[in-house]
Design a protein around this ligand. Structure first.
Ligand code: TYD
Length: 220
């Protein structure tokens, strides 16, 4: 079972991935948690290049190819083997981030992006994508607060215009609407507990992986 998490910085993805991972593991599930960009030694090196604020000359095409290179490595080296072992893979961001940020945000050609993404992922798609939705202003405010408190980093992708983040958010909402059976959109302004309940409800509707036929229960 392959579950991805999308949403802006500050939407609570990491907290929710931890809660879901703990919950599934308490049920005896074997879970593997990873993230993008990165998740492999090669991907982590690519992440450093992508996030380096001094890389101001990076072109949008270079950017998508680097994100895709990190993704290709992660799919081949980690995600596919973990799924083959029957594990539940939880991934903090995946290909939908590329459609949102490089497609809607940078306005790169969507058809080209799809080809690159299918090539990089060997057409592997998530069974479920959780989108933690946050109005742009709230996201920027959370990020500022975290930064003032000395938490988190401000990377190259955190230095975009408000219009860019607005396009990214609208892109996510459009993608979620177009493929509603794969996406679950959750209002990230709710309490941690309420978000967790909604995530568990979405996960419990998934068919269990062939290696483990017990369905996750919805009682978290
Ligand atoms: P990260 O520090 O992982 O933080 P968060 O996921 O909490 O935002 O930042 C990853 C950044 O990379 C984020 O701004 C989204 C961006 N990104 C893309 O632009 N394209 C992609 O394909 C991926 C995976 C991420």
């Amino acid at each position: 079972m392959f579950i991805t998490f999308e949403g802006p910085d500050g939407s609570g993805k990491s907290t929710q991935i931890t809660l879901l991972s703990d919950y599934l593991q308490a049920q005896g599930r074997r879970v593997y948690r990873t993230r993008e960009p990165g998740g492999t030694p090669i991907g982590d090196q690519i992440r450093d290049v992508l996030h380096d604020v001094s890389n101001t000359e990076m072109r949008a095409v270079t950017e998508i190819l680097l994100y895709s290179a990190s993704r290709a490595q992660l799919v081949a080296q980690v995600i596919k083997p973990m799924l083959a072992e029957g594990r539940i893979v939880l991934c903090d961001r995946y290909a939908d981030s590329a459609y949102a940020y490089q497609g809607y945000g940078r306005q790169l050609d969507m058809a080209m992006l799809q080809s690159i993404t299918q090539f990089a992922t060997q057409t592997l798609k998530p069974d479920l994508t959780i989108y933690l939705d946050l109005p742009v202003e709230d996201g920027l405010m959370r990020k500022r607060k975290a930064n003032d408190a000395g938490e988190g980093e401000l990377n190259r992708m955190d230095r975009q215009t408000r219009d860019f983040y607005e396009r990214v958010r609208q892109g996510y909402l459009q993608m979620a609407q177009a493929e509603a059976e794969r996406w679950t959109v959750i209002d990230a302004r709710q309490s941690v507990e309420q978000i967790q309940r909604e995530i568990c409800a979405a996960v419990s509707k998934l068919k269990p992986p062939t290696a483990d036929r017990r369905p996750p229960t919805a009682d978290c």
